[in-house]
Each structure stands twice: as structure tokens, then as C-alpha cells.
Ligand binder design. Structure first.
Ligand SMILES: NC(=O)c1ccc[n+]([C@@H]2O[C@H](COP(=O)([O-])OP(=O)(O)OC[C@H]3O[C@@H](n4cnc5c(N)ncnc54)[C@H](OP(=O)(O)O)[C@@H]3O)[C@@H](O)[C@H]2O)c1
Length: 337
């Protein structure tokens, strides 16, 4: 349960990783160093989190302090929305590797299936005068994927994957690729259990990684002033009475129960924390034995699409992109009233 084997390479992916979204550079450097000391071997970052450089410093310091070796770490990062085109893959990957001070990443994901035009000075999306994001309507996943395959052949990436893609989009890549997607990273937690997508991934030997496994409590602050998004509608999974009751019975915390519930199902989980105590808590989840009625109780929390937090509609106009992944699936349950 502590590791899952990836298709095609046979690499072992730790089933618990450290999420790093919303962890600022000045904090994440010491957090990652601490996390590695505590026993984390899997770190999840992205170009868009603006913290790859600090994470790189922590990793290289930890290795040069003689605490461990690069080969024992599993580092994931992601191609950003502003670089979602074949011609930009190598440019972004090279920049990310230099920020991370690494020769290769263990896993490289296309962060989102849609693409934005890129401001070349700031490497951020171009936003029009009316506030709409300047969509790159030419996004072509198969071509982007081929460029990633090339980087894999050149030894810069060990494994390839996708994030926030729907089944049809994954299928298109499977049919037109040499290296099949090995990992899919999506929002997944007790309120949004993604049963269909998980079955599809299992049938195609794709490991699923759960982001926002605790319901992303920190997203409430992040989205507070975002376009058409109303964080007070976000769920409080850590405060659910069902979860608290199970946690009390097992002398664990609600977070540990939410994480264990996913890990026991063969899902990779990447909770984010910058607190030393919570880092320790979140990795200490393997010794729980849930009863079948407790598992049923947690399974029944699933709200299907109604549980989704990350619909990306805070990027004004994104639903008009031809590759917006959730077309027809969601009403914006987090729209401002
Ligand atoms: N691919 C994508 O599009 C995508 C989208 C979102 C996230 N992600 C990835 O998935 C990771 C996890 O998602 P997330 O950060 O949104 O949400 P999350 O891991 O569900 O929740 C993180 C939040 O919970 C708090 N927390 C952590 N452990 C806790 C505990 N034991 N008890 C109480 N509170 C706790 C953290 O605060 P403290 O730091 O103060 O502990 C933080 O505010 C991200 O960091 C990122 O790496 C990927």
C-alpha cells in the first residue's frame, strides 16, 4: 500500500506525497526539508505554484547533507496552462528542471487540458481588457504529448501523466501515443469520489492521484476574491460528524481518516501542509483498519459532481475553450449568489 507500481517503467510511486500549492517559497523550503526528514519521499509541485526553486533548494540541501539520495525521491511537476503546446514543452521543462536543480523529474503532468496565451515576460496568462483570459484555441493534446514523449526518451522525465483531463481526452491520448498516460491527477475526496473515472483508469492501468484530499480548506482563502466564485459554499470535510466519529473510534484525526480512506483504495494522496505536526499526522495513516460499515459510511458521503470544488470557472471565459474538461457536467455550484 505504501507504493504503487507505474505501468511501462515499473517505477514505484509513493502512495503519500506532499502537496505544495499555496505554500510560499520562504515557507516551503524548510517545509520540504522537514518533510524529507519525517519520511516523505514524494513531492508534488507545479510551474504555477511559483515554488519550484525553493523546493529545489531544499532537496539539494537535504541530499548534500547526506540524508538521502536522489534516486529514492519521487518528484512531480506540471506543464502550465501557458505552456500547453508542443513547441513550449521543452522550454518549460528545462526551466523547471533548472529551478528544481534536477536532471530529471519522476513524473511530468499536463496541468490542465486547456491552454492560455502566454505573456512572455511574466510567463503568466494574457488577460483581455474585459477580464477574460486569452484562450489558445489551438491546444492539441496529442502533439503536446508527443513532445513530452521526446523528453522522456531524452531522460528528462521518467513517467508521463495528465491532470484535470476527462475520459474522452485521456482516450484520445491513449489512442495516439507510444507511452500511455501512467498517472491521472484529479480532485478526489470524500465528497467527490470520482468512481467512474477511477474505474476507467483502473481498466487502462493508470494510477490515480487525489488532489484536495482534505477538501482543500486553504482554497477558501485563495478563492475569496476570485471571479464568480464563492468559497463559503466549499465543504468542511474535516468537520463532518461522520468523519469525526470514525476518527475518534480509531484514535486518529479526521484528516488521517480522510487520507487513509483513499490510500486503502489504491489511490495516491498528496495532502498539503506546512505545519510540522500536520506533516507527521498526514503520513501516519497506514495502521488504520476501518470496518466495512465505516467504509460504507464514508462511501456514502460522495456527492458526485455536486462535490467538485475546482471547476476552473474562476478563470473568466475558460468554459469557452474547446478543451474545457467539464462541459455539460457542472452547473457552477460555487457561483456567487
Ligand atoms: N492538479 C491540480 O490542478 C491541483 C489542484 C489543487 C491541488 N493540487 C495538488 O494537491 C495538493 C493538495 O491539495 P490542496 O492543497 O488543495 O488541499 P488539501 O491537501 O486537501 O488541504 C490542504 C489544507 O489543509 C490543511 N491541512 C493539512 N493537513 C491538515 C490536518 N492534518 N488537519 C487540518 N488541516 C490540515 C492545510 O493547512 P496547513 O498547511 O496550515 O497545515 C491546507 O490549508 C496541492 O497542494 C497540490 O500539490 C493539484
Amino acid at each position: 500500500m505504501k507504493h504503487l507500481k507505474l505501468s511501462q517503467t515499473g517505477d514505484l510511486m509513493p502512495s503519500l506525497g506532499l502537496g505544495t500549492w499555496q505554500a510560499p517559497s520562504d515557507v516551503i523550503e524548510s517545509t520540504v526539508y522537514k518533510a524529507l526528514d519525517i519520511g516523505y519521499r514524494h513531492i508534488d509541485t507545479a510551474f504555477n505554484y511559483n515554488n519550484e526553486e525553493a523546493i529545489g533548494k531544499a532537496i539539494s540541501q537535504w541530499i548534500s547533507d547526506g540524508k538521502g539520495e536522489r534516486k529514492d525521491l519521487f518528484i512531480t511537476t506540471k506543464l502550465p496552462h501557458v505552456g500547453n503546446r508542443a513547441g513550449d514543452v521543452r522550454k518549460f521543462l528545462d526551466l523547471q528542471l533548472s529551478r528544481l536543480k534536477l536532471d530529471y523529474v519522476d513524473l511530468y503532468l499536463i496541468h490542465v487540458p486547456f491552454g492560455f496565451h502566454c505573456n512572455q515576460e511574466t510567463l503568466t496568462p494574457v488577460v483581455k481588457e474585459n477580464g477574460d483570459y486569452d484562450l489558445d484555441m489551438t491546444t492539441n493534446h496529442v502533439e503536446t504529448w508527443k513532445a513530452m514523449e521526446e523528453c522522456q526518451k531524452n531522460g528528462l522525465i521518467r513517467n508521463l501523466g495528465l491532470s484535470n483531463f476527462n475520459e474522452e481526452q485521456i482516450e484520445r491520448i491513449i489512442k495516439n501515443s507510444t507511452i500511455k498516460p501512467q498517472v491521472l491527477q484529479v480532485e478526489l475526496h470524500a465528497y467527490f469520489q470520482q468512481m467512474e473515472l477511477r474505474a476507467y483508469c483502473a481498466a487502462h492501468d493508470i494510477i490515480v492521484t487525489a488532489y484536495a484530499p482534505l477538501g482543500s480548506p486553504g482554497a477558501k482563502d485563495h478563492f475569496v476574491n476570485k471571479y464568480n466564485y464563492s468559497p463559503e459554499t466549499f465543504p468542511d470535510l474535516l468537520g463532518l460528524p461522520e468523519v469525526k466519529e470514525i476518527a475518534d473510534k480509531h484514535k486518529k484525526s479526521p484528516a488521517q481518516i480522510l487520507i487513509h480512506f483513499l490510500v486503502r483504495e489504491g489511490i495516491v494522496v498528496i495532502p498539503k501542509s506546512t505545519s510540522e505536526n500536520r506533516l507527521k499526522e498526514n503520513i501516519d495513516v497506514y495502521d488504520v483498519e476501518l470496518t466495512s460499515s465505516e467504509v460504507d459510511c464514508l462511501k456514502k458521503l460522495d456527492k458526485g459532481e455536486g462535490g467538485r470544488i475546482f471547476n476552473f470557472l474562476f478563470w473568466k471565459g475558460v468554459e469557452n475553450h474547446p478543451e474545457y474538461p467539464f462541459k455539460g457536467q457542472i452547473s457552477n455550484q460555487h457561483a456567487k449568489a
